[in-house]
Design a protein around this ligand. Structure first.
Ligand code: ATP
Ligand code: MG
Length: 342
């Protein structure tokens, strides 16, 4: 039996560095960290590099920071927007995840990035992780990890489809025999659905709402199919008077507002299907489509995709953890009966 020398040293761990959330899983322990991909940084030059706090601690300060402190989201649309902040934030996350000051020192890390990430971005991330002390850093394509984490047998010579709907991107892939046979990646995800809601309210009611409020509206009233008549009130600021103002919205109008954005996701799935080789496309009639990522939880999205493709669609268990758990499984050989949570 063969095993890598690396397996004798340091633990295997996996990171899903998402646009909205970062998830870390460690061999033998499962998910140990799930935090917003955010960092609080000094804006003034005299403080030089370094972050003040990361994740939920940083996001709590959003909109409430004194001058000289800024909250940044260092990933945008699935790719790195600020590599130095990503490095500092990951260093802090690793200290929390591994529960020791040395953080990821000696660990063998598997990292996921969307298929649209360039070689330069892959290299930058590998270097950042190694700078945090990791012994090894391997990048694997996000859809492969998502599929493995959803419990699919990615090495079977049978086609299966995974759609990972994150905050900034949607990655659709047909997987067979450990590889990606067809795929489509678009820079559309949950954040864009939130943006569509905010734009609708500004245009229709002349009220500007915050990003968090837009997400709350999506979670409470948003649906991919025609929404209900339930009505709820949300607060924003009038674009005309500048004063706080309440807006009452129904599920129906929220669904209408997000429909063009949801359509982009459905079109991406259909595009992938149209590029799938016939034998694998035939397999999909039996294997169907599995949805992962936070966006998979949008009400009615599974039914809409099923209606538009004629295929069975299911939502993975814990869709937001699939990428990290799958990356851990593929990177360490850990099987899915291992603990999912610390
Ligand atoms: N119940 C829900 N209904 C609709 N959307 C949801 C729900 N729960 C979470 N989301 C959305 O899921 C998104 C976050 O998902 P996820 O953590 O998979 O993204 P990410 O991995 O950070 O992003 P990406 O993969 O694009 O880089 C957010 O936009 C959030 O609003
Ligand atoms: Mg993701």
């Amino acid at each position: 039996m063969f095993f890598s020398v690396g397996a004798l040293f340091g633990r295997a761990a996996a990171i899903d560095l998402g646009t909205v959330n970062t998830v870390v899983a460690i061999e033998g322990r499962g998910i140990v960290l799930n935090e917003p991909t955010a960092a609080a940084v000094y804006t003034e030059a005299q403080h030089e590099r370094g972050i003040i706090s990361s994740g939920a601690d940083a996001e709590r300060l959003y909109g409430r920071t004194p001058g000289g402190v800024n909250i940044i989201y260092p990933m945008k649309d699935g790719v790195i927007a600020d590599i130095s902040a990503v490095g500092d934030m990951l260093g802090d996350f690793f200290i929390k995840a591994f529960g020791r000051r040395r953080g990821a020192a000696g660990a063998r890390l598997t990292i996921c990035l969307p298929l649209c990430a360039t070689e330069l971005e892959q290299r930058a991330l590998t270097d950042a992780v190694k700078a945090c002390g990791a012994r090894e850093a391997t990048i694997i394509p996000e859809p492969l990890a998502a599929a493995a984490g959803a419990g699919m047998d990615v090495f079977a010579p049978v086609g299966s489809m995974v759609v990972d709907i994150g905050g900034g991107t949607t990655d659709t892939a047909v997987i067979s025999y450990g590889g990606i046979a067809a795929n489509d990646s678009i820079k559309t995800g949950g954040r864009h659905i939130d943006g569509a809601i905010a734009d609708y309210i500004a245009a229709q009611y002349g009220v500007r709402i915050g990003e968090k409020t837009a997400e709350e509206i999506k979670l409470s009233l948003g649906a991919a199919l025609i929404g209900g008549m339930e009505r709820r009130q949300f607060k924003g600021r009038s674009l005309k008077t500048g004063l706080p103002e309440c807006v009452a919205l129904t599920g129906g109008e929220v669904s209408h507002a997000i429909a063009p954005t949801v359509r982009k996701i459905v079109d991406s799935v259909r595009r992938t299907l149209s590029e799938t080789p016939p034998e694998l496309a035939a397999d999909l009639i039996d294997t169907g489509i599995v949805l992962t990522g936070g966006g998979a939880k949008l009400k009615g999205l599974d039914k809409l995709i099923s209606h538009e493709t004629g295929l069975k669609v299911s939502i993975a268990e814990d869709p937001m953890y699939c990428v990290a758990l799958g990356a851990l499984k593929l990177g360490s050989g850990e099987d899915m009966d291992a603990p999912r949570y610390a």
